[in-house]
Design a protein around this ligand. Structure first.
Ligand SMILES: [Zn+2]
Ligand SMILES: [Zn+2]
Length: 295
């Protein structure tokens, strides 16, 4: 494709995607929180989150959704270009063979559609997340997520837009090279696994006092992730996985929650939570730039 044409395609896709976000992103980001807000009142860990705790995260996550989209589309477009340039044929995965099995087929197909992309996603997520906790410029962005002193269901999307972009860039770009993203089935699988992951992430960020020991090593639970957010340095660099604790267990960063272990969250006095979603988006850019110049 010609340069000019490519820019036009990019702008066209970007404008259409921005337009498509309205109103679903608003309905979704508020509507899906409602059951968790109720549960956080019925079975709170501490004092239940205040409405402004939710409000801050919702506004920040909406601005992140809009601001990170241009970079996400760029990643998809770029991986497609690179694929063509090197003449690489991506693997087309099919879940049909599973679905055709007698009896358990359809259920197995759905489980595979959720867990195969989740496994690939989590492998990338685990290492990019570990790097964010290690390398100054990335930590300057990621600590916005950790600065929530009253972690709750809406914390799941409390991310700086550059962090959201870098994480999706990583998975869109690499997945775009390996798997053919245009397949309807791949799209469906991405949708199912994404829905599952979003619901799971809202659940494990929630301030519900719930203990599910048998599940702690299978998928991330509220107690497992609360340890990752723990303000006490004893909890730092533990439980990095987004969905599957398997990666923490294999790579030696797993902290199994004990009975009654619901630590306080946040970054302590050294980094108080930003006062407005605006400063949460702009101050980390300055901090990350400073760290890049003077590591
Ligand atoms: Zn983290
Ligand atoms: Zn978190």
């Amino acid at each position: 494709m010609h340069h000019r044409e490519l820019v036009m395609t990019y702008l066209h896709v970007l404008m259409a995607s921005w337009r498509d976000m309205y109103p679903s992103v608003y309905v979704f980001s508020v509507g899906s929180l409602i059951p968790f807000v109720i549960a956080e009142r019925l079975w709170p860990i501490d004092t239940p989150p205040r409405f402004r705790d939710y409000g801050f995260n919702v506004v920040l996550s909406l601005s992140t959704a809009y601001l990170s989209l241009p970079l996400g589309i760029l990643a998809a477009l770029w991986s497609e270009q690179l694929r063509h340039a090197v003449g690489w044929n991506p693997i087309s995965i099919t879940f049909d063979d599973l679905g055709a099995l007698a009896g358990v087929g359809p259920a197995l197909e759905l489980v595979a559609m959720i867990f195969v992309p989740l496994f690939i996603h989590d492998l990338w997520f685990y290492w990019s997340h570990r790097l964010e906790h290690r390398w100054g410029p990335l930590w300057a962005l990621h600590r916005i997520h950790h600065s929530d002193e009253c972690m709750n269901a809406s914390t799941w999307a409390r991310d700086h837009f550059l962090q959201a972009a870098w994480r999706s860039f990583f998975s869109i770009f690499t997945l775009g090279m390996i798997v053919d993203l245009d397949l309807t089935q791949a799209g469906k699988a991405a949708l199912y696994s994404n829905l599952f992951l979003t619901a799971l992430s809202m659940f494990y960020h929630s301030a519900i006092r719930v203990r599910i020991p048998w599940l702690d090593a299978i998928v991330v639970t509220p107690q497992v992730h609360r340890i990752h957010h723990g303000a006490d340095p004893a909890y730092h660099n533990k439980n990095f996985a987004d969905a599957l604790p398997l990666f923490d267990i294999v790579f030696g960063t797993y902290h199994r929650p004990r009975r009654g272990e619901f630590p306080a969250t946040g970054l302590g006095e050294g980094f108080p939570a930003p006062r407005s979603p605006w400063s949460a988006q702009w101050s980390p850019i300055a901090a990350a730039t400073r760290k890049l110049w003077r590591p």
